[in-house]
Ligand binder design. Structure first.
Ligand code: UD1
Length: 429
């Protein structure tokens, strides 16, 4: 198990280039099978979730050629198998569920293990399945597999009961080649949804309205080759933004779309953090005094659930009490017990966490149980007194590219290693 050691009290200073969006990349890779031809994708983040999806694609008969660290050419003309496997890979990430929509669109058939991903409480896929069924697919869940079959998919009107990023994307994929017109209502408006729609359109699909509550899709029987460049990762950007604020330094984020971070920047300003933005850059100055701020997570353009664990670290430093309400995932408080081990004063009741600020965090052995919780614990370690040893770093690598390099570039001395000896030495020093 990889561990890392954060020596504590690290002031971040410098600039960092934001990587391509993880959540857009994983959906776009799965969507690439629809055209059954070559696609070229740039600004792909170099993270383990992307590696896992590329392996799954190869297993299905896709030919994958890496073009440097951040671009990939994929030829899916030989993808024939409708079975998405092996289970060991598929269960690792929730995005494997996107093969349900893409393989249905490609060949009217898909068998996909019920998706895994971060453990954030119950993560049903009923809205995905309801939509596939409305488009004319037979849906069966058997022996841990979702089995989908359709002799033809026919466009229809689908109203989502819950605003879901995954269901919105999956249904756009499935409807892209369906006969006639599909209207999806009450859909997610996240920038990643828009990026996937742009990729589908680059392949010749006709998807309109992504980024609003209603998406209209005119099915096209065949899609073509395409090139696409993935949008910047707003969650990685938000992570460095909060890390800069917490550590008390000065951080500049490059190649970002500031508008995608409006909710996060507004909340940081409310907490007294100095943030400014230009066309594709954001600057943050660490605050010497942090004000309490209440946070409620909501679908985009609301405050993103993925930044909630990170924001909570900042609030542990506030001069007063903040209330954090998690409206998206009821189990997304995995980081709280670990932050408490570092001296934070947080009480959780249901979906609400009350953070009593003013505590000085102290380094401790802690464990990441999901991706963003892991990132939050690293950020907490950066502002803590003394050493933090984090286990479960593999969760963090799922979504953060070149984390060591980026943190080192900002002046943080963090030790990442799988070698017990290195870690024992570092722990002693
Ligand atoms: C995606 C992101 C994740 C982010 C989340 C919310 C990826 C790979 N993951 O996850 O990082 O935190 O969006 O922004 O893009 N729901 C149902 N039924 C469904 C589907 C969802 O009830 O069929 C519920 C979920 O339990 C949750 C809410 O809808 O309460 C939102 O989930 P959803 O937007 O689908 O999240 P994911 O797509 O899994």
């Amino acid at each position: 198990m990889t561990k890392l050691i954060v020596p504590g009290k690290q002031e971040l200073r410098g600039n960092v280039k934001v990587a391509g969006s993880k959540n857009a990349a994983v959906a776009i890779l799965a969507a690439s099978v629809i055209c059954g031809k070559k696609v070229f994708i740039e600004n792909i983040p170099d993270i383990t979730d992307v590696g896992t999806l590329l392996e799954i694609l190869q297993n299905m008969g896709g030919e994958v050629r890496r073009r440097g660290r951040n671009a990939v050419e994929i030829d899916t003309s030989n993808v024939r198998s409708s079975t998405v496997s092996p289970y060991d890979l598929v269960k690792k990430l929730r995005a494997s569920a996107y093969f349900m929509g893409s393989m249905l669109a490609r060949q009217g058939k898909a068998e996909v293990p019920v998706p895994g991903g971060c453990k954030l409480g119950p993560r049903p896929i009923d809205q995905h399945l309801k939509g596939f069924s409305a488009l004319g697919a037979e849906v069966e869940v058997e022996h841990g597999l979702v089995k989908l079959k359709a002799s033809r998919l026919v466009g229809t009107h689908i109203y989502l009961d819950v605003v879901s990023v995954g269901a919105t994307i999956n249904l756009m994929l499935a409807a892209s080649t369906a006969e006639g017109r599909t209207v999806l209502e009450n859909v997610a408006k996240e920038p990643e949804v828009v990026d996937v729609a742009n990729f589908l359109n680059a392949m010749g699909a006709s998807v309109r309205g992504a980024g609003t509550d209603i998406i209209k899709i005119k099915g096209e029987p065949e899609l073509k080759e395409a090139s696409h460049s993935i949008i910047p990762d707003r969650i990685e950007a938000g992570t460095f933004l909060i890390a800069g604020a917490v550590s008390g330094g000065q951080v500049c984020l490059r190649e970002v779309i500031p508008q995608h971070l409006d909710a996060a920047m507004a909340k940081l300003r409310e907490a007294g953090v100095e943030v400014s933005a230009s066309e594709d850059t954001i600057w943050v100055n660490g605050a010497s005094r942090v004000q309490p701020a209440d946070i409620k997570t909501f679908p985009y353009p609301g405050f993103p659930t993925d930044l909630q664990p990170l924001a909570m670290v900042l609030l542990t430093r506030a001069e007063g009490t903040s209330v954090v309400t998690e409206n998206i995932f009821e189990g997304r408080f995995n980081h709280v017990d670990e932050l408490k081990r570092m001296g934070a004063n947080i009480k959780v009741e249901g979906r609400t966490a009350v953070v009593d600020g003013g505590s000085s965090l102290t380094g401790a052995p802690v464990k990441a149980t999901d991706l963003r919780a892991g990132a939050a614990l690293i950020v907490a370690g950066l502002s803590a007194e003394g050493k933090t040893v984090l286990k479960g770093v593999e969760h963090v690598y799922r979504g953060y590219e070149k984390l060591e390099e980026k943190l080192a570039g900002l002046g943080a001395e963090i030790i990442f290693s799988e070698r017990d000896e290195d870690l024992r030495n570092a722990e002693k020093n």
